[in-house]
Design a protein around this ligand. Structure first.
Ligand code: F6R
Length: 359
């Protein structure tokens, strides 16, 4: 049941400290420092030369996060929307195809998996559901261990997918030829191990409910971010449109001025995601929009970064590669409280199904 919550979505957002603890349990050792994925012993990724993610919707955003991490580690990587996957794999012997799917039943993702197998690539599914079709058909499976998710909008499974892909990326960068290992591995793994507690802190302190009341009824909502914050901006917008039925779009910060800025009018809310490392582009472009009347909500751990903004959603300090997970919880709350204010059927948005088994 909902355990005292009005909606499964809120229950699932607030269960992320627990679901993420399950995702990382036994898998990280900051002292060594090492990542242990029980089914993937040392050496098992030695033949991998490139990685290709295939996924849909929220899972595609998690895949983009994983892809960006690998890109920064100098690994050849792509992420395709499963429905757009061409089935072409130029180098099948060296390519690891990774379908990312909460349900393990999404028809588009299953189609991409089958095409990848047909092309002769090795396949490793990242999923939540044991025994699902994609778990059975992939060569190997890495489970995200988020527990059952009832709300149609994916929340805790997104964060567990991202963290699982963070772990997979750590393992891959040890073995893929030419990949760059982290210099700050211990600090990174320590930051990962306290992430569930920091999410608890965001849950305890979030001002998203009051903020949603202020920004109710604006007609259009934008979300911007650069680098690892870009997929989080896309995810923030998807969740928002899905459950509030309000128009929302996510953009790469630097793209705003290449077209979307024309949509900005006085009072347009823009949620700007900062990571403390790549903030210049987001800052410049958010200020540009602010000069055109946009109201900027900065999601950041830095008071200095936030000083220009109209509002702030504060998050605790963490490693720059993990900031998106904390920012995302704030955005989940913004979607939830806005939808609640608008009286939407939060757990079952119109026209949508939890698992999409048609192409
Ligand atoms: C959005 C959402 C969908 C799913 C997508 C893929 O909240 O839940 O966008 O992420 O339909 O589903 P899975 O992950 O089951 O393949």
């Amino acid at each position: 049941g909902k355990g005292g919550y009005d909606h499964y979505m809120l229950k699932e957002i607030e269960s992320q400290p627990e679901s993420l603890s399950n995702t990382i349990r036994g898998r990280i050792d900051p002292d060594e420092p090492a990542v242990h994925l029980e089914d993937f012993p040392r050496g098992c990724f030695e033949d991998v030369t490139e990685v290709h993610f295939v996924a849909c919707g929220t899972s595609y955003h998690a895949a983009l996060y994983g892809a960006r991490l690998l890109e920064e580690a100098n690994v050849s990587v792509r992420a395709s929307r499963a429905s757009e996957f061409s089935g072409r794999i130029p180098n099948p012997d060296g390519t690891l195809v990774v379908p990312v799917t909460q349900s393990g039943e999404t028809a588009d993702t299953l189609g991409a998996l089958r095409a990848a197998r047909e092309a002769g690539a090795r396949t490793l599914a990242v999923t939540n559901v044991i025994g699902s079709t994609i778990a059975r058909e992939a060569d190997e499976v890495l489970y995200i261990r988020a527990g059952p998710e009832i709300g149609v909008a994916a929340t805790k499974t997104f964060s567990s997918q991202v963290v699982t892909l963070v772990l997979l990326a750590e393992r891959l960068r040890e073995e893929v030829e030419g990949a760059i290992a982290r210099e700050d591995r211990r600090e990174f793994l320590e930051a990962l191990s306290v992430l569930p507690d920091q999410i608890e802190e965001v849950i305890r302190t979030s001002r998203a409910e009051a903020l949603s009341e202020k920004y109710d009824d604006r007609g259009a909502y934008f979300f911007i971010g650069h680098a690892l914050q870009h997929p989080v901006a896309l995810e923030g917008a998807l969740k928002f449109k899905e459950i509030t039925y309000e128009h929302a779009e996510g953009f790469a910060s630097g793209e705003l001025k290449h077209g979307p800025l024309a949509l900005v009018t006085p009072g347009t809310p823009i949620f700007a995601l900062f990571d403390g490392k790549h903030d210049e582009k987001t800052h410049t472009n958010a200020k540009e929009a602010q000069a055109r009347g946009a109201e900027i909500v900065a999601v950041t751990s830095s008071e200095r970064t936030a000083s220009f903004a109209d509002d702030v959603l504060a998050i605790p300090d963490t490693h720059p590669d993990l900031v998106g997970l904390l920012a995302n919880v704030q955005l989940q709350f913004v979607s939830y409280y806005t939808a609640r204010l608008l009286g939407r059927p939060i757990d079952k948005p119109r026209n949508l199904a939890k698992s999409v088994t048609v192409e």
